[in-house]
Design a protein around this ligand. Structure first.
Ligand code: PEP
Ligand code: MN
Length: 355
């Protein structure tokens, strides 16, 4: 990372860019409070830091070794305040400003009436953002793949319903992008692009969604370490898109015999990740538990652990849901969770920080 002196000329900046480009490293220029910072994407180790630091107009050249330096607090220390959390604005909703943000909706969109009715219910319950799957990742090709599995026309129709439901109830909307070929279509209709757990490692998909310059909701792979999770978030940041919402959704459980939950919700990752990065992190207790009867407790625990929000699958009649009905809760239950979580948030937050 290279920090230029205030008042560095464009010739001086160009000279630094020429110098670093000789080492096969990509440079992204960012302007923080009128200080020009040149962020380096690539293998910085080859760059002679002291030679770069002595170029005219350069205030400091710093080598940061973490694989997720662009999103790290360590890095942000040099460009601003490392204690400051990134606030991501989506419509009228702000993620990361302290107050928990609640994302809710069905696992899969099934019809216009279904998404409209659920949007109305979750809005009333206090949710801020509407979710709904169109291209569903499924373990079996014989299961319902979401309306996107029928054909492209049906997918676009479902995206229009989602958009319409969001507009009607003033809820920004999010859906999963399962493959690169879906990026353009989905980006036309949604406010946030979701990368599902199974695709956390798909670098090309991460780059493609990042380039849409919309917020990206990145779910942790169920087999990924926290370091890997952050390292793959870095692929999005490296495209100059730092509007990344991390999502903890559980990892593969251990041991023999019945596990009682679908995954093991790693809530310890939440405060640990918040120490490492300024990005907001939310928790999805639905996919972690796989059981509607455990969502209340784990939602409360997630907020107590410091999560910036929750993503919860909701349906007015979970038994009727085509996908993941066993973990879906009703809008009424969602309302109870939101009320309890808000009380927990107020209890654990110093009075001076409450907005
Ligand atoms: C989802 O949120 O719809 C989903 C499929 O979750 P995950 O990628 O965490 O399994
Ligand atoms: Mn689901």
């Amino acid at each position: 990372m290279i920090i230029m002196e205030r008042g560095a000329t464009s010739e001086q900046i160009q000279q630094v860019l020429n110098e670093v480009s000789r080492y096969g490293v990509r440079a992204e220029i960012s302007n923080n409070d009128s200080t020009i910072v040149i962020e380096l994407v690539g293998d910085e180790k080859k760059i002679p830091v002291s030679a770069v630091a002595s170029l005219p107009g350069v205030k400091a050249a710093i080598r940061i070794e973490t694989p997720y330096k662009l999103i790290s607090r360590e890095y942000s220390r040099y460009v601003g305040n490392s204690l400051e959390n990134l606030k991501i604005k989506v419509g009228n909703v702000v993620l990361g400003n302290g107050n928990p943000v609640y994302i809710a909706g069905p696992c899969a969109i099934e019809s216009e009436t279904q998404i409209m009715k659920i949007a109305e219910g979750v809005k009333q319950a206090g949710a801020h953002i509407l979710r709904g799957g169109v291209f569903k990742p499924r373990s079996s090709v014989h299961s319902f793949q979401g309306l996107g599995g029928i054909d492209w026309k049906k997918a676009e129709e479902a995206l229009k319903w989602l958009r319409r439901a969001g507009e009607q109830y003033e809820l920004p909307v999010v859906t999963e992008v399962r493959g690169e070929q879906q990026v353009d279509l989905i980006a036309e209709y949604v406010d946030i692009l979701q990368i599902g757990s199974r695709n956390m490692y798909d670098q090309d998909l991460l780059v493609a969604v990042a380039r849409k310059k919309k917020p990206v909701l990145l779910k942790r792979h169920f087999g990924a370490s926290v370091e890997e999770f952050l390292s793959f978030a870095e692929y999005i940041a490296a495209e100059n898109n730092k509007n990344i919402i991390l999502c903890e959704r559980g990892i593969v459980p251990v041991g023999k015999g019945k596990n009682f939950t679908r995954y093991m919700l790693d809530l310890g990752s939440v405060p640990a990740i918040k120490k490492e990065t300024y990005l907001p992190i939310i928790v999805d207790p639905s996919h972690a538990m796989g059981r509607s009867d455990l969502i209340f407790n784990m939602s409360c625990a997630a907020i107590a652990a410091g999560a910036n929000g929750l993503m919860i699958e909701s349906h007015y009649n979970p038994e009727e849901a085509l996908v993941d009905g066993s973990q879906a809760i009703t809008p009424e239950e969602l309302g109870e969770i939101i009320r309890a979580c808000n009380r927990i948030y107020e209890t654990i937050t110093p009075k001076s920080n409450l907005n």
